[in-house]
Ligand binder design. Structure first.
Ligand code: S3P
Length: 430
Protein backbone atom coordinates (compact mmCIF):
# COMPACT_ATOMS: atom_id res chain seq x y z
CA UNK A 1 0.00 0.00 0.00
CA UNK A 2 1.28 3.45 -0.92
CA UNK A 3 0.19 6.11 1.55
CA UNK A 4 -0.13 9.68 0.30
CA UNK A 5 0.25 12.47 2.84
CA UNK A 6 -0.53 16.11 2.08
CA UNK A 7 0.94 19.06 3.93
CA UNK A 8 -1.38 19.86 6.88
CA UNK A 9 -2.57 23.33 7.93
CA UNK A 10 -3.27 22.27 11.52
CA UNK A 11 -3.79 19.16 13.69
CA UNK A 12 -6.65 19.06 16.19
CA UNK A 13 -8.38 16.49 18.38
CA UNK A 14 -7.81 13.56 20.70
CA UNK A 15 -5.60 10.81 19.34
CA UNK A 16 -6.56 7.18 19.83
CA UNK A 17 -3.42 5.23 20.73
CA UNK A 18 -2.72 1.50 20.53
CA UNK A 19 -1.78 -0.30 23.73
CA UNK A 20 1.90 -0.37 24.60
CA UNK A 21 3.70 -2.99 22.53
CA UNK A 22 6.41 -3.84 25.08
CA UNK A 23 3.96 -4.28 27.95
CA UNK A 24 1.55 -6.27 25.77
CA UNK A 25 4.21 -8.84 24.84
CA UNK A 26 5.14 -9.27 28.47
CA UNK A 27 1.52 -9.50 29.63
CA UNK A 28 0.92 -12.39 27.20
CA UNK A 29 4.09 -14.26 28.15
CA UNK A 30 3.73 -13.79 31.91
CA UNK A 31 0.04 -14.70 31.77
CA UNK A 32 0.94 -17.90 29.90
CA UNK A 33 3.44 -18.77 32.65
CA UNK A 34 1.08 -17.81 35.46
CA UNK A 35 -0.78 -20.27 37.62
CA UNK A 36 -4.40 -19.87 36.49
CA UNK A 37 -6.42 -17.37 34.51
CA UNK A 38 -5.08 -13.87 33.90
CA UNK A 39 -6.95 -11.08 32.16
CA UNK A 40 -5.36 -8.45 29.98
CA UNK A 41 -7.33 -5.24 29.55
CA UNK A 42 -6.60 -3.29 26.36
CA UNK A 43 -4.52 -5.99 24.65
CA UNK A 44 -3.96 -4.58 21.14
CA UNK A 45 -4.58 -6.01 17.67
CA UNK A 46 -1.15 -4.80 16.56
CA UNK A 47 0.71 -7.47 14.61
CA UNK A 48 3.70 -7.82 16.97
CA UNK A 49 1.79 -8.55 20.22
CA UNK A 50 -0.48 -10.83 18.18
CA UNK A 51 2.64 -12.79 17.15
CA UNK A 52 3.42 -13.35 20.83
CA UNK A 53 -0.15 -14.40 21.50
CA UNK A 54 -0.09 -16.85 18.58
CA UNK A 55 3.17 -18.34 19.89
CA UNK A 56 1.83 -18.91 23.40
CA UNK A 57 -1.25 -20.55 21.86
CA UNK A 58 1.08 -22.84 19.91
CA UNK A 59 2.52 -23.78 23.32
CA UNK A 60 -0.88 -25.02 24.44
CA UNK A 61 -2.09 -21.89 26.22
CA UNK A 62 -5.78 -21.06 25.79
CA UNK A 63 -6.46 -17.38 25.18
CA UNK A 64 -9.53 -15.56 23.90
CA UNK A 65 -11.43 -12.30 24.11
CA UNK A 66 -14.43 -12.01 26.42
CA UNK A 67 -17.59 -10.25 25.19
CA UNK A 68 -16.17 -7.04 26.67
CA UNK A 69 -13.01 -7.42 24.57
CA UNK A 70 -10.79 -8.34 27.52
CA UNK A 71 -8.19 -10.99 26.73
CA UNK A 72 -8.44 -14.00 29.06
CA UNK A 73 -5.31 -16.16 29.15
CA UNK A 74 -5.30 -19.50 30.93
CA UNK A 75 -1.79 -19.78 32.29
CA UNK A 76 -0.24 -23.24 32.50
CA UNK A 77 2.37 -22.48 35.16
CA UNK A 78 6.12 -22.46 34.62
CA UNK A 79 6.23 -26.19 33.88
CA UNK A 80 2.95 -26.60 32.01
CA UNK A 81 3.63 -25.46 28.44
CA UNK A 82 3.07 -28.02 25.68
CA UNK A 83 5.70 -28.98 23.09
CA UNK A 84 4.89 -26.96 19.97
CA UNK A 85 3.78 -28.97 16.94
CA UNK A 86 5.27 -26.39 14.58
CA UNK A 87 7.94 -23.67 14.67
CA UNK A 88 7.04 -20.63 16.77
CA UNK A 89 6.49 -17.89 14.18
CA UNK A 90 7.52 -14.57 15.69
CA UNK A 91 6.63 -12.63 12.53
CA UNK A 92 8.42 -9.26 12.52
CA UNK A 93 8.81 -9.15 16.29
CA UNK A 94 12.26 -9.16 17.88
CA UNK A 95 10.69 -8.89 21.33
CA UNK A 96 8.65 -12.07 20.77
CA UNK A 97 11.68 -14.00 19.59
CA UNK A 98 14.14 -12.84 22.23
CA UNK A 99 11.83 -13.06 25.22
CA UNK A 100 10.32 -16.40 24.24
CA UNK A 101 13.79 -17.86 23.63
CA UNK A 102 14.48 -17.28 27.32
CA UNK A 103 11.36 -19.25 28.21
CA UNK A 104 12.00 -22.00 25.66
CA UNK A 105 15.58 -22.47 26.91
CA UNK A 106 14.14 -23.77 30.19
CA UNK A 107 11.73 -26.32 28.72
CA UNK A 108 12.19 -30.07 28.72
CA UNK A 109 11.03 -30.12 25.10
CA UNK A 110 12.66 -28.70 22.00
CA UNK A 111 11.45 -25.79 19.90
CA UNK A 112 12.27 -23.72 16.83
CA UNK A 113 11.69 -19.96 16.71
CA UNK A 114 11.51 -18.27 13.35
CA UNK A 115 10.24 -15.06 11.82
CA UNK A 116 9.95 -12.97 8.68
CA UNK A 117 12.81 -11.96 6.39
CA UNK A 118 13.69 -8.91 8.49
CA UNK A 119 13.70 -10.82 11.78
CA UNK A 120 15.87 -13.55 10.26
CA UNK A 121 18.56 -10.94 9.64
CA UNK A 122 18.66 -9.55 13.17
CA UNK A 123 21.44 -10.54 15.60
CA UNK A 124 20.59 -13.43 17.92
CA UNK A 125 24.03 -14.30 19.40
CA UNK A 126 23.26 -11.64 21.97
CA UNK A 127 20.68 -14.00 23.47
CA UNK A 128 22.30 -17.32 22.52
CA UNK A 129 25.52 -16.42 24.40
CA UNK A 130 24.01 -15.93 27.87
CA UNK A 131 21.52 -18.77 27.39
CA UNK A 132 24.36 -21.14 26.45
CA UNK A 133 26.26 -19.94 29.52
CA UNK A 134 23.23 -21.11 31.51
CA UNK A 135 23.54 -24.54 29.90
CA UNK A 136 20.87 -24.15 27.24
CA UNK A 137 21.47 -25.97 23.99
CA UNK A 138 20.83 -23.53 21.19
CA UNK A 139 21.77 -23.48 17.51
CA UNK A 140 21.55 -20.41 15.31
CA UNK A 141 21.98 -20.13 11.56
CA UNK A 142 25.05 -17.91 11.12
CA UNK A 143 24.11 -15.91 14.20
CA UNK A 144 20.48 -15.55 13.16
CA UNK A 145 17.07 -17.16 13.36
CA UNK A 146 15.73 -19.80 12.91
CA UNK A 147 16.74 -20.55 16.50
CA UNK A 148 16.76 -24.25 17.42
CA UNK A 149 16.53 -25.02 21.12
CA UNK A 150 17.02 -28.60 22.27
CA UNK A 151 15.22 -30.03 25.32
CA UNK A 152 16.64 -28.92 28.65
CA UNK A 153 17.86 -31.50 31.16
CA UNK A 154 15.57 -32.18 34.11
CA UNK A 155 17.86 -30.43 36.61
CA UNK A 156 17.16 -27.09 34.87
CA UNK A 157 19.35 -24.23 33.72
CA UNK A 158 22.33 -23.03 35.69
CA UNK A 159 22.02 -19.62 37.33
CA UNK A 160 24.07 -16.83 35.80
CA UNK A 161 25.45 -13.45 36.76
CA UNK A 162 25.39 -11.58 33.48
CA UNK A 163 26.64 -8.08 32.74
CA UNK A 164 24.84 -6.96 29.58
CA UNK A 165 27.34 -6.15 26.82
CA UNK A 166 24.66 -4.19 24.95
CA UNK A 167 21.97 -2.00 26.54
CA UNK A 168 18.97 -4.07 25.48
CA UNK A 169 15.73 -4.70 27.35
CA UNK A 170 15.12 -7.67 25.09
CA UNK A 171 18.37 -9.39 26.07
CA UNK A 172 17.86 -8.48 29.72
CA UNK A 173 14.34 -9.89 29.66
CA UNK A 174 15.43 -13.06 27.87
CA UNK A 175 17.96 -13.84 30.62
CA UNK A 176 15.52 -12.93 33.40
CA UNK A 177 12.86 -15.24 31.94
CA UNK A 178 15.40 -18.05 31.60
CA UNK A 179 16.32 -17.31 35.21
CA UNK A 180 12.84 -18.49 36.22
CA UNK A 181 14.03 -21.97 35.16
CA UNK A 182 17.47 -21.83 36.82
CA UNK A 183 18.54 -23.78 39.87
CA UNK A 184 19.79 -20.76 41.78
CA UNK A 185 19.85 -16.98 41.73
CA UNK A 186 20.27 -15.23 38.37
CA UNK A 187 21.50 -11.63 38.29
CA UNK A 188 21.45 -9.39 35.23
CA UNK A 189 23.67 -6.33 35.53
CA UNK A 190 22.91 -3.24 33.51
CA UNK A 191 25.52 -0.52 33.16
CA UNK A 192 23.12 1.58 31.06
CA UNK A 193 19.45 1.32 32.02
CA UNK A 194 16.96 0.04 29.46
CA UNK A 195 13.17 -0.19 29.72
CA UNK A 196 12.26 -1.93 32.96
CA UNK A 197 8.81 -3.45 32.25
CA UNK A 198 9.94 -7.05 32.83
CA UNK A 199 11.35 -6.45 36.28
CA UNK A 200 8.32 -4.35 37.23
CA UNK A 201 5.80 -6.90 35.98
CA UNK A 202 7.61 -9.85 37.55
CA UNK A 203 8.11 -7.88 40.78
CA UNK A 204 11.86 -8.58 40.79
CA UNK A 205 14.34 -7.15 43.24
CA UNK A 206 16.52 -4.41 41.75
CA UNK A 207 19.64 -3.17 43.54
CA UNK A 208 21.62 -0.07 42.61
CA UNK A 209 25.28 -1.04 43.02
CA UNK A 210 28.02 1.47 42.16
CA UNK A 211 25.95 3.11 39.42
CA UNK A 212 24.82 -0.22 37.95
CA UNK A 213 21.45 -1.93 38.19
CA UNK A 214 21.43 -5.51 39.46
CA UNK A 215 18.17 -7.29 38.63
CA UNK A 216 17.67 -10.50 40.56
CA UNK A 217 15.57 -13.61 39.89
CA UNK A 218 15.52 -16.06 42.79
CA UNK A 219 15.29 -19.79 42.15
CA UNK A 220 11.80 -20.15 43.58
CA UNK A 221 10.26 -17.10 41.89
CA UNK A 222 6.72 -17.93 40.81
CA UNK A 223 4.54 -16.14 38.29
CA UNK A 224 1.08 -15.44 39.68
CA UNK A 225 -2.07 -15.09 37.57
CA UNK A 226 -2.75 -11.34 37.45
CA UNK A 227 -5.09 -8.86 35.79
CA UNK A 228 -2.98 -6.62 33.57
CA UNK A 229 -4.07 -3.29 32.13
CA UNK A 230 -1.96 -2.09 29.22
CA UNK A 231 -1.54 1.71 28.91
CA UNK A 232 -1.36 3.64 25.63
CA UNK A 233 1.93 3.26 23.81
CA UNK A 234 4.30 6.16 24.48
CA UNK A 235 6.29 5.14 21.39
CA UNK A 236 3.10 5.45 19.30
CA UNK A 237 2.30 8.78 20.98
CA UNK A 238 5.77 10.01 19.93
CA UNK A 239 4.66 10.44 16.31
CA UNK A 240 1.82 12.74 17.35
CA UNK A 241 3.97 14.63 19.86
CA UNK A 242 6.33 15.55 17.04
CA UNK A 243 3.54 16.12 14.49
CA UNK A 244 1.56 18.36 16.89
CA UNK A 245 4.74 20.35 17.55
CA UNK A 246 5.74 20.81 13.91
CA UNK A 247 2.40 21.50 12.22
CA UNK A 248 1.34 25.11 12.87
CA UNK A 249 -1.86 25.95 14.73
CA UNK A 250 -2.10 22.47 16.32
CA UNK A 251 -3.40 21.13 19.60
CA UNK A 252 -3.57 17.38 20.20
CA UNK A 253 -4.60 15.43 23.31
CA UNK A 254 -3.34 11.94 24.11
CA UNK A 255 -4.97 10.22 27.08
CA UNK A 256 -3.87 7.23 29.22
CA UNK A 257 -0.34 7.21 27.84
CA UNK A 258 2.31 5.02 29.49
CA UNK A 259 4.87 7.28 31.17
CA UNK A 260 7.39 4.77 32.46
CA UNK A 261 10.50 6.91 33.08
CA UNK A 262 12.66 4.36 31.25
CA UNK A 263 10.70 5.26 28.09
CA UNK A 264 9.98 8.99 28.18
CA UNK A 265 13.32 10.71 27.43
CA UNK A 266 11.67 12.02 24.26
CA UNK A 267 9.72 14.45 26.45
CA UNK A 268 12.98 15.90 27.78
CA UNK A 269 14.51 16.06 24.31
CA UNK A 270 11.48 17.85 22.84
CA UNK A 271 11.41 20.16 25.84
CA UNK A 272 15.10 20.95 25.28
CA UNK A 273 14.30 21.71 21.62
CA UNK A 274 11.56 24.17 22.64
CA UNK A 275 8.36 22.10 22.37
CA UNK A 276 5.12 22.97 24.17
CA UNK A 277 4.00 19.71 25.81
CA UNK A 278 2.15 19.31 29.10
CA UNK A 279 1.55 16.14 31.09
CA UNK A 280 -1.43 16.00 33.44
CA UNK A 281 -3.34 13.58 35.61
CA UNK A 282 -0.30 11.41 36.35
CA UNK A 283 -1.30 8.19 38.08
CA UNK A 284 -0.23 4.57 38.47
CA UNK A 285 -2.01 1.77 36.60
CA UNK A 286 -0.88 -1.65 37.80
CA UNK A 287 2.91 -1.52 37.81
CA UNK A 288 3.16 1.36 35.33
CA UNK A 289 2.81 5.17 35.53
CA UNK A 290 0.37 6.76 33.04
CA UNK A 291 -0.88 10.27 32.29
CA UNK A 292 -2.59 12.52 29.76
CA UNK A 293 -0.53 14.61 27.35
CA UNK A 294 -1.33 17.79 25.41
CA UNK A 295 0.92 19.04 22.64
CA UNK A 296 0.70 22.44 20.94
CA UNK A 297 2.69 23.82 18.02
CA UNK A 298 6.11 25.29 18.74
CA UNK A 299 9.32 26.24 16.93
CA UNK A 300 12.23 23.91 17.63
CA UNK A 301 15.99 24.31 17.84
CA UNK A 302 18.59 21.61 17.29
CA UNK A 303 19.96 19.51 20.15
CA UNK A 304 22.69 16.93 20.93
CA UNK A 305 21.57 13.43 21.90
CA UNK A 306 23.82 10.55 22.97
CA UNK A 307 25.18 8.40 25.79
CA UNK A 308 22.93 6.69 28.34
CA UNK A 309 19.87 8.55 27.02
CA UNK A 310 19.83 6.46 23.84
CA UNK A 311 18.20 3.23 25.13
CA UNK A 312 15.44 5.36 26.68
CA UNK A 313 14.45 6.82 23.31
CA UNK A 314 15.76 4.14 20.97
CA UNK A 315 12.42 3.67 19.17
CA UNK A 316 11.77 7.41 18.95
CA UNK A 317 14.95 8.32 17.04
CA UNK A 318 13.35 8.10 13.57
CA UNK A 319 10.74 10.69 14.51
CA UNK A 320 13.32 12.78 16.42
CA UNK A 321 15.22 12.93 13.12
CA UNK A 322 12.10 14.43 11.51
CA UNK A 323 11.84 17.00 14.30
CA UNK A 324 15.54 17.81 13.83
CA UNK A 325 15.11 18.31 10.08
CA UNK A 326 12.45 20.97 10.82
CA UNK A 327 14.33 22.63 13.70
CA UNK A 328 16.61 25.65 13.51
CA UNK A 329 20.27 24.63 13.71
CA UNK A 330 22.19 21.38 14.07
CA UNK A 331 21.09 18.19 15.81
CA UNK A 332 23.65 15.50 16.46
CA UNK A 333 22.52 11.96 17.38
CA UNK A 334 25.40 9.79 18.67
CA UNK A 335 25.86 6.32 20.23
CA UNK A 336 22.82 5.00 18.36
CA UNK A 337 24.47 2.19 16.34
CA UNK A 338 21.79 -0.21 17.69
CA UNK A 339 19.43 1.40 15.18
CA UNK A 340 21.31 -0.40 12.42
CA UNK A 341 20.00 -3.78 13.67
CA UNK A 342 16.33 -2.92 14.16
CA UNK A 343 13.56 -3.96 11.73
CA UNK A 344 15.70 -2.21 9.13
CA UNK A 345 18.87 -0.10 9.34
CA UNK A 346 17.01 2.89 10.72
CA UNK A 347 19.94 5.33 10.50
CA UNK A 348 20.34 4.64 6.81
CA UNK A 349 16.61 4.57 6.09
CA UNK A 350 15.98 7.92 7.81
CA UNK A 351 19.02 9.55 6.20
CA UNK A 352 17.87 8.44 2.73
CA UNK A 353 14.25 9.41 3.25
CA UNK A 354 14.93 12.81 4.79
CA UNK A 355 17.43 13.61 2.03
CA UNK A 356 14.71 12.76 -0.50
CA UNK A 357 12.62 15.52 1.14
CA UNK A 358 15.51 17.96 0.81
CA UNK A 359 16.87 17.78 4.37
CA UNK A 360 20.56 18.22 5.12
CA UNK A 361 21.51 14.91 6.78
CA UNK A 362 24.89 13.25 7.25
CA UNK A 363 24.94 9.59 8.17
CA UNK A 364 27.56 8.56 10.75
CA UNK A 365 28.37 5.01 11.88
CA UNK A 366 26.60 5.59 15.20
CA UNK A 367 24.14 8.34 14.38
CA UNK A 368 23.05 11.27 12.27
CA UNK A 369 24.00 14.91 11.93
CA UNK A 370 21.03 16.96 10.79
CA UNK A 371 21.20 20.62 9.89
CA UNK A 372 17.59 21.67 10.24
CA UNK A 373 16.24 24.14 7.75
CA UNK A 374 12.94 25.07 9.36
CA UNK A 375 9.75 24.35 7.47
CA UNK A 376 11.44 23.79 4.12
CA UNK A 377 10.97 20.11 3.41
CA UNK A 378 9.55 19.26 0.00
CA UNK A 379 7.19 16.32 -0.53
CA UNK A 380 8.74 13.31 -2.31
CA UNK A 381 8.39 9.55 -2.75
CA UNK A 382 9.98 7.63 0.16
CA UNK A 383 10.31 4.01 1.30
CA UNK A 384 9.18 2.45 4.57
CA UNK A 385 11.75 -0.38 4.20
CA UNK A 386 8.90 -2.46 5.69
CA UNK A 387 9.68 -0.88 9.04
CA UNK A 388 6.70 0.47 11.00
CA UNK A 389 8.60 3.26 12.70
CA UNK A 390 10.19 4.47 9.46
CA UNK A 391 6.77 4.52 7.76
CA UNK A 392 5.15 6.50 10.61
CA UNK A 393 8.08 8.92 11.01
CA UNK A 394 7.85 9.70 7.30
CA UNK A 395 4.09 10.17 7.68
CA UNK A 396 4.88 12.94 10.17
CA UNK A 397 7.45 14.43 7.78
CA UNK A 398 4.78 14.37 5.05
CA UNK A 399 2.49 16.56 7.16
CA UNK A 400 5.08 19.34 7.21
CA UNK A 401 6.61 18.96 3.75
CA UNK A 402 5.30 21.23 0.98
CA UNK A 403 3.10 19.39 -1.51
CA UNK A 404 2.53 15.67 -1.10
CA UNK A 405 4.68 12.79 0.13
CA UNK A 406 4.13 9.16 -0.77
CA UNK A 407 5.27 6.32 1.50
CA UNK A 408 5.68 2.90 -0.11
CA UNK A 409 4.72 -0.25 1.84
CA UNK A 410 3.05 1.87 4.51
CA UNK A 411 0.82 -0.96 5.77
CA UNK A 412 3.71 -2.09 8.01
CA UNK A 413 2.48 0.52 10.55
CA UNK A 414 0.12 -2.26 11.70
CA UNK A 415 3.07 -3.92 13.46
CA UNK A 416 2.66 -1.49 16.37
CA UNK A 417 -0.13 0.95 15.41
CA UNK A 418 -2.91 -0.52 13.25
CA UNK A 419 -5.05 2.65 13.06
CA UNK A 420 -2.16 5.06 12.49
CA UNK A 421 -2.97 6.33 8.99
CA UNK A 422 -6.64 6.85 9.87
CA UNK A 423 -5.70 8.79 13.01
CA UNK A 424 -3.26 10.94 11.07
CA UNK A 425 -5.85 11.88 8.45
CA UNK A 426 -8.57 12.38 11.09
CA UNK A 427 -6.59 14.86 13.19
CA UNK A 428 -5.38 16.68 10.08
CA UNK A 429 -8.95 16.95 8.79
CA UNK A 430 -7.94 15.53 5.42
C1 S3P B 1 11.86 -3.61 23.37
C2 S3P B 1 13.14 -3.22 23.53
C3 S3P B 1 13.89 -2.42 22.55
C4 S3P B 1 12.97 -1.75 21.55
C5 S3P B 1 11.91 -2.67 21.05
C6 S3P B 1 11.06 -3.22 22.18
C7 S3P B 1 11.21 -4.42 24.41
O1 S3P B 1 14.79 -3.26 21.86
O2 S3P B 1 13.72 -1.22 20.47
O3 S3P B 1 11.05 -2.00 20.12
O4 S3P B 1 9.97 -4.51 24.44
O5 S3P B 1 11.94 -4.97 25.25
P1 S3P B 1 16.24 -3.60 22.47
O6 S3P B 1 16.01 -4.09 23.82
O7 S3P B 1 16.84 -4.68 21.62
O8 S3P B 1 17.00 -2.34 22.39
Amino acid sequence: MVQTIAQAASLRGTVSLPADKSISHRSAILSALGDGRSRVYNFPNSADPQSTLDCVRTLGVEAGRTDEGVLAIHGRGLGGLHPPSEPLDCGNSGTTMRLLSGVMAGQEFGSVLTGDESLQQRPMERIADPLQAMGARIDLRSGHAPIRIRPQRRDGLQPLEYRLPVASAQVKSCVLLAGLYASGRTVVIETTPSRDHTERMLGLEVQEVGGERHIIVEEDHTVPAVDWSVPGDFSGAAFFLVAGTLVPDSELHLDDVGLNPSRTALLDVLDGMGANITVENERVQGSEPVGDITVRSASLSGIDIGGPLIPNLIDEIPVIAVAAACAAGRTEIRDAEELRVKETDRLHAMAQNLKALGADVQEREDGLIIDGNGPNLLGAAVQSHDDHRIAMAMGVAGLVAHGTTTIADAECARVSYPGFWDELSRVSGS
